[in-house]
Design a protein around this ligand. Structure first.
Ligand SMILES: *[C@@H]1O[C@H](CO)[C@@H](O)[C@H](O)[C@H]1NC(C)=O
Ligand SMILES: *[C@@H]1O[C@H](CO)[C@@H](O)[C@H](O)[C@H]1NC(C)=O
Ligand SMILES: *[C@@H]1O[C@H](CO)[C@@H](O)[C@H](O)[C@H]1NC(C)=O
Ligand SMILES: *[C@@H]1O[C@H](CO)[C@@H](O)[C@H](O)[C@H]1NC(C)=O
Ligand SMILES: *[C@@H]1O[C@H](CO)[C@@H](O)[C@H](O)[C@H]1NC(C)=O
Ligand SMILES: *[C@@H]1O[C@H](CO)[C@@H](O)[C@H](O)[C@H]1NC(C)=O
Ligand SMILES: CC(=O)N[C@H]1CO[C@H](CO)[C@@H](O)[C@@H]1O
Length: 792
């Protein structure tokens, strides 16, 4: 320490020189002084670091003296002095750092910012016995590293559109300090903001892309440091929502989905903080939240869906609506029909309903046809189509996985049209009918007149046309034309109207009275078919059921049968009339009912009283030609004083073979007159002359009766045996048989045999007078009569 004190004075001396030297040399130019001073050089040091300031002398100087002039000051301050391996550092030099000397170099450790300034080194050298001084000037710059920057946002959560300033704050650091900014969006990579080197960045207006972490990095010549991130939370939204529909289907108005599908409506509206969502269906809230799921769509879900988005921070709303349509197919399936159209077919396919309308398409044997919605009509020129050609209409609908079909098969009816005609009641109208059934499409029929002009409109089978019944229609021809798309040429049928024609079997029919007569009438023609009828002689129609008449319709014939023909009631002119709507025609038939020829005249050959006067025996003969069928006996009572009474028939059914009759039941007090008539069928002949009975001239009966003693009984029995035999063999004993058998039985026997004795004009033996005893046989022995009767 002693050495140091000794050195102080030279140090103080030394200080003066540099001042003189240095002062004018602020420029640092080497001053041409004695001892060759060094030029000023610059040196940099970093705060806290170390720096060695070289004095620059090659040889070790005797004394080295360091002084320092702080930046901005003119007053140099001593720093250190060294001499002969010893050195001393000024205490105030600690403001410069930790100071030491190494040989002649000044070493500064833990460099302080106060070391900024000019250092002067003065050295004294002894060389060749001479002292000379050297000077060395050094300008020391102390650099400060940058401190850790901080990002400061003028508003950490600005609303989009506002202005924002972000500042990078650096407490210290030697200028120039430069900055690098970095932005990292959430979930994005960090990106440097290109071209920004300033401490400040201004975002004006701030927008959502600015949201994220901001860091800045400051650096200078010495160091660089980065800040921590600062989050810029830009508040924005909600934007207009965007609605998406799953599954995705579009309609003209919006979205579409099928019935029973799960439909998801999603809404997204960009917003910070995130939007709150509400779903409305036709203005009614149906859901809160971004996603509305319709588990099974139905028609009721069709409608306007609105998504409302809400930013709770800003209390702002936005909304978007979409139309959702739920598809449903039309009911059942498409229906096919075919209509005949002139020269073509109109194929109709309809399938109404559904949402949207179903797409229909025709396909035929030669390929696809037109397509349309809901209904489609195909005009198809039907040429050369085979019988059985099929057309299919395919219906497609978005709600159906598979298309629905309907099919139509065209076919041609068999044969050709058939025509007929009929008249309406009372023949007011004539109905032309035409039939050609079947076919797909059904055949179309139309009636044409002779000029081929259509009558009325065409129709399907049957086609009927009504004509006012008029006689001038007779002879006119009508044609029915059938048209069918598969048939060429058109088949026809014709009919010709005509008045009725008829013929009678015989124009003149003669029958005998009581017989039956047949009148025949045949229809020969007539269109519409005529009706036959018969008019009687009084020009009155013979109705079925008229007594005595029978009508026999057989095919085109009508026969009239007259039973029990009577000249008065049945004889005359009959007419067979054929009638149709065009008129009538008739033919006459003359029916003659001939009377039988008059029977022969009758003469009473004998009329006598019997045993009693209450009975008479009548015999007669016939005279003259003529057939007869029987006789009639009539009597008339002659009442005394009153004259003759009326004729009354006593016996009306007397066989034509009979010529005699015993008649009883006469009133004893009355005198009767008798007459006989011959009958021929219903014709009675002239009555015979009228006679009254006379007494018999002789009675054999009385004689037999008178001899009726005991002796006569044997004879009687014997004769009875003969009679019996005779009665059993009438051929052998015809006359006996006649005698024996009572009148009634005798007649029967003879009638059944058609006996030849019955010829007119011959007198049968029983009528002879001698046959009287035979008459008695009926009187006494009743047993005889019984026996005979029992042996036919
Ligand atoms: C946000 O601002 C930047 C510039 O500051 C601009 O380039 C960008 O287009 C903006 N974005 C929007 C969405 O406005
Ligand atoms: C078919 O569609 C047409 C129009 O395209 C319409 O005029 C017609 O009435 C429809 N027919 C049926 C049967 O729906
Ligand atoms: C056309 O075919 C149908 C059945 O497929 C048949 O009934 C009809 O008779 C046929 N027509 C002709 C003209 O052969
Ligand atoms: C037949 O026709 C004529 C005139 O046309 C008519 O006067 C007459 O009554 C008709 N006869 C019958 C039986 O209808
Ligand atoms: C039948 O009698 C009538 C009248 O009594 C007479 O006019 C007629 O000529 C007689 N006929 C014959 C064939 O004798
Ligand atoms: C009598 O009847 C027969 C047969 O019935 C007939 O052949 C004959 O001509 C008739 N005689 C007279 C006169 O009518
Ligand atoms: C500490 C140091 O550098 N000392 C040096 C001083 O100068 C002599 C001779 O020039 C060197 O030998 C020392 O090493």
């Amino acid at each position: 320490m002693v050495g140091q004190g000794a050195l102080l004075s030279p140090l103080g001396l030394l200080l003066l020189a540099p001042l003189c030297l240095l002062h004018p040399g602020a420029s640092g130019q080497p001053h041409p002084t004695k001892g060759a001073p060094r030029e000023t050089s610059s040196i940099q040091g970093v705060r806290g670091g170390s720096v060695e300031l070289d004095c620059g002398s090659q040889s070790a100087p005797l004394v080295v003296f360091w002084s320092f002039t702080p930046l901005g000051s003119l007053i140099p301050q001593p720093v250190a002095i060294a001499s002969g391996g010893e050195f001393k550092v000024e205490a105030s030099a600690s403001a410069l750092g930790a100071v030491s000397l190494r040989n002649s170099s000044l070493v500064l450790w833990e460099l302080q910012e106060g070391a900024r300034g000019h250092f002067l080194c003065q050295a004294l050298h002894a060389a060749s016995g001479q002292l000379h001084a050297t000077y060395s000037s050094l300008a020391l710059a102390v650099l400060v590293p940058v401190s850790k920057p901080q990002v400061r946002l003028s508003d950490p959560s600005p609303v989009e559109g506002a202005s924002l300033v972000a500042t990078c704050i650096v407490r210290e650091g030697t200028e120039p300090v430069t900055f690098v900014w970095q932005h990292q969006a959430p979930r994005g990579p960090a990106e440097a903001l290109m071209g920004v080197t300033k401490r400040l960045i201004q975002l004006d207006p701030v927008n959502r892309t600015h949201l994220g972490w901001y860091t800045c990095t400051a650096h200078n010549a010495v160091s660089q440091l980065s800040s921590d991130g600062a989050f810029l939370d830009v508040i924005y939204g909600p934007d207009n929502p965007v609605i998406t529909v799953e599954p995705l289907g579009f309609t003209e108005e919006g979205f579409g989905a099928s019935e029973r599908e799960e439909v998801t409506l999603s809404c997204l509206a960009a917003s910070n903080p995130p939007s709150l969502y509400v779903w409305l269906h036709d203005h009614t809230q149906v859901h809160a939240g971004p996603t509305y799921v319709i588990a099974s769509a139905s028609r009721a879900h069709t409608g306007l869906y609105t998504c409302l988005a809400h930013n709770s921070r800003l209390d702002t709303h936005t909304q978007t609506s979409v139309q959702l349509t739920i598809y449903y197919p039309p009911k059942a399936q498409p229906s096919c029909a075919v209509l005949p159209a002139p020269g073509a077919l109109a194929l109709l396919c309809t399938w109404p309903g559904g949402l949207p309308a179903a797409q229909l398409q025709w396909a035929g044997p030669q390929g696809a046809g037109p397509t349309a919605l809901s209904n489609v009509t195909w005009s198809y020129a039907a040429t050369h189509l085979a019988n059985g050609s099929a057309f299919t209409c395919t219906g497609r609908h978005p709600a159906l996985a598979l298309p629905m079909l309907c099919r139509i098969t065209l076919w041609e009816p068999l044969w050709s049209p058939t025509c007929w005609t009929m008249a309406t009641i009372r023949d007011q109208f004539i109905m032309l009918s035409c039939e050609w059934p079947g076919g797909e499409p059904p055949a179309v029929l139309s009636w044409l007149d002779e000029q081929e002009q259509p009558l009325g409109s065409s129709s399907s089978s049957p086609a009927v046309y009504l004509l006012q019944a008029q006689e001038d229609l007779a002879g006119r021809e009508f044609t029915c034309r059938g048209t069918h798309p598969l048939r060429a040429p058109d088949p026809l049928c014709q009919l010709r109207l005509e008045a009725p024609q008829l013929a009678v079997a015989e124009p003149r029919v003669s029958v005998l009275e009581g017989e039956e007569a047949w009148l025949g009438c045949t229809l020969l023609g007539g269109m519409p078919p005529a009706q036959l009828l018969w008019l009687g002689p009084q020009r009155r129609q013979v109705e079925p059921g008229t007594l005595g008449f029978t009508l026999h319709p057989e095919g085109t014939q009508l026969r009239l049968n007259v039973q029990g023909a009577d000249p008065v009631r049945h004889g005359g002119t009959y007419q067979c009339v054929a009638q149709n709507a065009l008129g009538n025609s008739s033919r006459s038939v003359l029916l003659e009912v001939l009377r039988y020829p008059a029977p022969p005249n009758v003469t009473i050959s004998r009329l006598t009283y019997g045993r009693r006067r209450s009975e008479v025996q009548l015999q007669w003969t016939v005279r003259g030609p003529g057939n007869l069928t029987g006789f009639l006996v009539q009597r008339r009572a002659g009442v005394p004083g009153l004259g003759a009474g009326a004729w009354e028939t006593m016996a009306g059914d007397i066989e034509p073979e009979s010529r005699g009759r015993r008649l009883g039941g006469l009133d004893l007090g009355v005198l009767y007159a008798f007459r006989v008539l011959a009958l021929n069928h219903r014709t009675a002949g002239h009555p015979s002359e009228v006679k009254t009975p006379a007494d018999p001239p002789f009675s054999a009966y009385a004689a037999v009766l008178g001899a009726a003693g005991t002796g006569m009984v044997v004879a009687t029995v014997a004769s009875l045996l003969v009679f019996q035999y005779a009665a059993r063999h009438p051929d052998t004993f015809p006359c006996l048989g006649c005698l024996l058998v009572p009148r009634e039985q005798s007649h029967q026997d003879q009638g059944s045999r058609g006996g030849p004795e019955a010829t007119p004009g011959t007198e049968p033996s029983p009528t002879t007078p001698g046959s009287d005893p035979a008459q008695e046989s009926t009187e006494p022995p009743v047993n005889v009569t019984i026996t005979v009767t029992a042996t036919p």
